[in-house]
Design a protein around this ligand. Structure first.
Ligand SMILES: C[S@@+](CC[C@H](N)C(=O)[O-])C[C@H]1O[C@@H](n2cnc3c(N)ncnc32)[C@H](O)[C@@H]1O
Length: 415
């Protein structure tokens, strides 16, 4: 069990694997009881990673070899947050160190002193450990929204329920609700939050009748307000969540693109699972202009690659992959994508720009710059049923306000 936890965490912390993917593949042959413990250790370590790093750094002169760091993180996590007796944890970690041919005496020395470490005095350092977010991210959010909102955002509890929706082309909401247990599940503006038990039961029914999709992701599609006959282009479409929902909302013709061939496969398998076989899937780089598409579309969706800070609640490993430098580079790509894609919008047509982040530099700053440089476009109101922060015509979903991840949605229209 501990070895399995180590293997999964090593993939995430040393090889930059995504935690949900590493966990899913790592747990395939594990029994239910062990699965629970391993999942708790893996997510626990990732959710407390900065705290665990801090303890290790206080007790070592030079940052340890990555294998030692992973062993130590598991041990320190169990001692601090799982109420495991210290001697038992240390014994298990020494066995693990031996198995991995690492030095048990080093592991022993650090674990024995881990409870004696003094916590930092600086406010930002303290928050960083508490929220498991780097100081730069806390400061960035405070700059954008003020201290109170930043604190509310970072301290918002993790969601235990999963958001799903029914497939309106295959089943009515009334019939679908017969599968739900409203003692624990709840209806939302566009779908349902369901518990793991309900999801388990639903896995036995026809899998084209429903799908997991976040409320925020659905809100982006609702904002597009697609109508029968619309020609729609989704320029950053993989794995296809928004494309498939759009094509279930009205009788539209839809082209879905992505830059990565392997991600096009995800769109293809999702669209066939959901029975949306009319979606045309094309490999395309959204920063390269395609003259044949110029002013041809009623709706263009730019659901651009972003830092993902808005989904911190469900993806606690975000900061393993995103640094401020990476985010600054992303803003250039985001601007290129909206600029190029806007050329495909017909007169009177609209472009939806969306992200799953809450950083202004990836959101309103990009759209404002686009509008300044393209006077033939104007911003238009985003009409959605989900509560949000309204920033002029744009909306920012926030976990503590919207009961979903931090999505940003803007609509611009060609005059
Ligand atoms: C936020 S995800 C899209 C999620 C998708 N809209 C959905 O709802 O399932 C961003 C996507 O943009 C793609 N991407 C990144 N750079 C791109 C580019 N230059 N052109 C087209 N797609 C790109 C990524 O491969 C990724 O699949």
């Amino acid at each position: 069990m501990i070895f399995k936890s180590y293997q999964i965490l090593y993939k995430v912390l040393a090889k930059s694997a995504y935690v949900n993917i590493a966990l899913n593949s790592g747990l395939k042959s594990v029994n239910e009881k062990d699965k629970k413990v391993i999942t708790r250790i893996v997510y626990g370590v990732i959710e407390k990673n900065l705290f665990l790093e801090y303890i290790i750094k206080q007790l070592t002169k030079k940052y340890p070899h990555i294998s030692d760091a992973v062993i130590l993180k598991i041990g320190i996590y169990q001692i601090y947050f799982m109420n495991e007796p210290e001697y038992a944890v240390v014994n298990n970690m020494l066995k693990l160190a031996k198995k991995l041919k690492r030095s048990p005496s080093f592991i022993n020395a650090v674990l024995r002193r881990c409870k004696d470490v003094k916590m930092p005095q600086d406010d930002y350092q303290k928050k960083s450990l508490e929220y498991n977010a780097p100081v730069w991210a806390i400061k960035e959010l405070e700059k954008d929204y003020g201290r109170q909102t930043a604190d509310l955002f970072f301290s918002h509890p993790k969601k235990q329920l999963i958001h799903i929706r029914h497939n309106p082309k295959k089943i009515t909401s009334q019939d679908f609700e017969k599968y739900l247990d409203f003692e624990r599940d709840k209806k939302t503006e566009y779908g349902y939050y369901v518990c793991h038990n309900t999801l388990k039961k639903l896995n036995n029914i026809d899998n084209s009748l429903f799908t997991v999709q976040s409320l925020g992701s659905m809100a982006v599609c609702m904002a597009a307000d697609v109508q029968d006959g619309d020609k729609v282009l989704d320029v950053c479409a993989a794995p296809g969540g928004k494309s498939v929902f759009l094509s279930q909302l009205a009788k539209i013709s839809l082209i879905s693109c992505d830059i990565h061939p392997h991600r096009l496969e995800l769109i293809n398998s999702y669209k066939s699972r959901m029975g949306e076989n009319n979606i045309e899937v094309i490999l395309n780089d959204a920063t390269k202009f395609i003259p044949q598409w110029e002013r041809r579309f009623d709706v263009v969706l730019c659901d651009v690659p972003c830092s993902g800070l808005g989904v911190l609640n469900s993806r606690s490993d975000i900061f393993e992959h995103k640094t401020l430098d990476i985010i600054n580079e992303l803003t250039k790509l985001q601007y290129e994508i909206i600029s190029t894609s806007s050329k495909y919008v017909r007169q009177g047509g609209r472009l939806i720009y969306s992200t799953c982040t809450i950083l202004k530099k990836e959101n309103q700053d990009i759209v404002n710059k686009f509008l300044r440089n393209n006077p033939d476009f104007e911003s238009a109101p985003v009409n959605i049923a989900v509560n949000s922060l309204n920033i002029g015509n744009y909306v920012q979903l926030m976990p503590h306000i919207s009961d979903t991840d931090g999505f940003f949605i803007a609509k611009v229209q060609r005059k």
